[in-house]
Design a protein around this ligand. Structure first.
Ligand SMILES: [Cu+2]
Length: 152
């Protein structure tokens, strides 16, 4: 009886270790299209300005860790020229729209304008290409709050 209990305990531990290892592997994230971005303290910057994801469904979580500033992520279909146009249109659209332009044809996806400490997860489908992501709060893109999403 004593021996069989010990064998059972060893088997249980082995199964537990396997389950923990398997779960740990799946939470790797970026390789399966799950991205996480935070703000870089109180700087006008993202923690990770170079994102990559495989083509297809992408899940992106944005954590605004600033204590004082509102931020968003707007993923633009193009480079800095398109980003600048979207940013200008966002400023014109104003606070009432969360600084999202009415014409979203150049926007692949975006979060809401997030208050300090807020976060949001968005899902979108991305084709292969290079996209620029920016914060459209007035002055933030101009201040350097931008990055590049590469979809392969
Ligand atoms: Cu911002």
């Amino acid at each position: 009886m004593k021996i069989s209990v010990r064998k059972w305990a060893v088997a249980l531990l082995a199964v537990a270790a396997f389950v923990i290892a398997a779960c740990g592997g799946e939470s790797g994230g970026a390789s399966n299209g799950a991205l996480t971005v935070t703000t870089d303290g109180e700087n006008l910057a993202y923690s990770n300005a170079a994102l990559t994801a495989p083509a297809g469904k992408v899940t992106l979580t944005f954590n605004n860790t600033s204590a004082a500033q509102s931020h968003n992520i707007v993923i633009v279909k193009g480079g800095s020229d398109v980003a600048l146009a979207v940013d200008e249109a966002a400023t014109e659209a104003g606070d009432a729209t969360g600084y999202i332009p009415a014409d979203t044809s150049n926007i692949l996806a975006n979060t809401k304008m997030l208050a300090p400490g807020a976060s949001e997860t968005i899902e979108f489908t991305a084709e292969a290409g290079t996209y620029t992501f920016i914060c459209t709060y007035p002055g933030h893109y101009g201040g350097g709050m931008q990055g590049t999403l590469t979809v392969n």
